[in-house]
Write a protein that binds this ligand. Structure first.
Ligand SMILES: [Mg+2]
Length: 209
């Protein structure tokens, strides 16, 4: 079991951290983002803060949400913790570095949720298909409860179909799938995020929230 004392764990495999002091009125839509492969370049179970590099174009997306009073929420699967590759302490260091890199570009995250559960895990983290693990919508719903969000107008950006499925099942309006294809599933309209034209469309959608 990973050392967990002092970390914002709502349960053994769920990190829920409110960041900063910015307050939001009830009923705001949010911008949800996956982390690895979406905010930072995905190095595969990242555990080294010095290796973290932001993906191009993501800081302006977060900054646009900040400027529009839209809460920015990171929702990240971290099965590397369940698998014993690293602990919450390494997650804290890596995540802190990602937030630091964003802050250097004037982009700020308001809440981070991370799910460590995985069927290949050990001990209390060995849970198959945990409701908090994407593609399940638990982390989005939890953030929605804690910040009293309007999920039906909220957006998600991710690099995997599981990110889009979590958004769809949480009742979100729109998703952007990095290097993916457009689609509509249930109520979720997914757009590709491949080039600067797609990025402009995302920025426009954030500014119109
Ligand atoms: Mg990802």
């Amino acid at each position: 079991m990973a050392e967990s004392r002092g970390f914002p764990l709502a349960e053994p495999g769920l990190w829920v951290e409110r960041i900063g002091a910015r307050m939001f009125p009830a009923g705001r839509p949010a911008l949800f983002l996956d982390r690895d492969g979406t905010i930072n370049v995905d190095t595969g179970y990242p555990d080294d803060p010095a290796a973290m590099v932001l993906r191009d174009g993501i800081a302006p997306v977060i900054e646009a949400a900040n400027q529009g009073g839209v809460p920015v929420i990171v929702v990240t699967n971290q099965s590397g913790i369940a698998r014993g590759y690293f602990g919450w302490d390494a997650f804290a260091r890596v995540n802190g570095r990602v937030l630091e890199l964003l802050a250097e570009k004037n982009a700020f995250v308001d809440m981070v949720l991370a799910c460590a559960y995985h069927e290949a895990g050990r001990g209390a983290l060995a849970v198959a298909d945990h409701p908090m693990r994407k593609p399940n919508p638990g982390m989005l719903l939890e953030a929605g409860r804690r910040l009293d969000l309007d999920l039906s107008r909220s957006l998600i950006v991710g690099d995997k179909p599981a990110d889009m499925e979590a958004g769809q099942r949480a009742g979100l309006a729109r998703g952007w799938l990095i290097d993916g294809e457009g689609s509509t599933t249930g109520g979720l309209s997914v757009s590709p995020l491949r080039d600067t034209h797609d990025l402009e469309a995302l920025l426009t959608a954030i500014r119109s929230l």
